[in-house]
Design a protein around this ligand. Sequence first.
Ligand SMILES: [Zn+2]
Length: 137
Amino acid sequence: MILFELRCTRQHHFEAWFKDGSTYDSQAATGGVACPVCGDTGVEKAPMAPRLAKGRGAALDLQAAAGEMRKVLGEFKRQVQQGCDYVGERFPEEARKIHYGDVEARPIYGEASAEEAGKLEEEGVCLRRIPWIDDGN
Ligand SMILES: [Zn+2]
């Protein structure tokens, strides 16, 4: 759920919850969002950072959530780097060797295009695609 602060053409400000940003966009475009004060459907988002919430009253700051996610992904990345062999662009080749028993099984990580990863999955190779964040910003 996402909370938007909206305003109508008569400058009434109000807040409304939407499933997500695109739900708001389609509802607003078809006149499905009306000002609770005057009923005007010419609403637009008032300048304000969107807030996300897990449930009622559990509003959470978007930037804090993004920071938290970076921390989790960063920690995950470190664990992968410590526990797995980096094989770079040879990943599809190495993953196949392991899958077909040509080499001893070991955890590896590396790069594969979406197409290559799809082919590996079709062959039944056990792999996961993970978001890989930069160490800097
Ligand atoms: Zn209004």
